[in-house]
Design a protein around this ligand. Structure first.
Ligand code: PAF
Length: 278
């Protein structure tokens, strides 16, 4: 496995690869969810590349950039075990040198949910992913369904800008009890870890109501909200039932819908979602 610590080093190694390249962009602190993306990339491509870069431009001023968990040595040994070919680990000064001034804004879908709660977040995500696609030149890029809105944004960006990269959705990987895997789960203490299950419980409730025939989105939102409010450590940011491609809120589930939520457990903000057929 070749580890490139800067862009020219990566490009030189990339030039030597023949055949398709599957790419997994990450911010490190890798868990099973990331490794599942890597395995899909390996299974579907001749070569596999992973980037590890904590992108400062997608964090708001009051967010957890400085505290974001890191363990590059452990990350690299996990990627070696997965037989990844190439790893890119640039530093922030190379990605955003003094005078940096070009940004990618995906309109519409970035204005709701995570975009409304975290102003500027998707501008940072779209910009860094565009830069990484330009550097890595992947055939396919793999993203987890846990960040459903991010996936919609990246798919739209890749299509609108004719990037020629196939953006592949990989289902969310969950812990044994249903908690979605996330690097931020490390912030939870034991009691908070227990309380965090309320996200999965609320989504399961939505799925059950839907499979019993409930199509009124307000009814489902209200039931989910009531369930989460029973958990004293949980503070709801949003509970959304939205059109799966535009993320417009629905009053009736008459088409594929994403049920998503953001809930603070103590100081940790967690997100999760499921998709319902119409
Ligand atoms: O999902 C993430 O980890 C990040 O948003 C990404 C796609 C690596 C961009 O920094």
């Amino acid at each position: 496995m070749k580890v490139a610590y800067n862009i020219p080093e990566f490009r030189e190694a990339r030039r030597k690869l023949n055949g398709s390249l599957g790419f997994v962009p990450t911010m490190g602190y890798l868990h099973e969810g990331h490794l599942e993306l890597v395995r899909r990339a390996r299974a579907e491509n001749k070569n596999t590349a992973v980037s590890i870069f904590i992108n400062p431009t997608q964090f708001g001023p009051r967010e957890d950039l400085a505290a974001y968990p890191r363990d590059p040595d452990r990350d690299l040994s996990r990627l070696r075990e997965e037989k990844v070919d190439l790893v890119l680990m640039p530093d922030a000064a190379e990605m955003y040198p003094p005078g940096y001034g070009t940004w990618v804004n995906v309109e519409g879908v970035t204005e709701r949910l995570e975009g409304a709660a975290r102003p500027g977040h998707f501008r940072g995500v779209a910009t860094v992913v565009a830069k990484l696609f330009n550097i890595v030149e992947p055939t396919r890029a793999y993203f987890g369904e846990k960040d459903a809105q991010q996936l919609i944004v990246i798919k739209k960006m890749a299509a609108d800008l004719d990037m020629g990269v196939q953006v592949i959705t990989v289902p969310t990987v969950r812990e044994f009890d249903g908690l979605a895997m996330s690097s931020r789960n490390v912030y939870l203490d034991l009691e908070e870890r227990e309380s965090a299950l309320v996200l999965h419980k609320a989504l399961t409730l939505a799925r059950n109501l839907h499979s019993k025939g409930e199509r009124n989105a307000d009814v489902i939102r209200k039931e989910m909200t009531a369930l989460i409010q029973e958990e004293p450590r949980a503070k709801i940011d949003y509970v959304s039932i939205a059109d799966a491609s535009t993320l417009d809120e629905l009053s009736s589930i008459d088409r594929p819908a994403v049920v998503s939520l953001a809930v603070k457990i103590g100081k940790t903000r967690l997100i999760d979602n499921i998709t319902l057929a119409g």
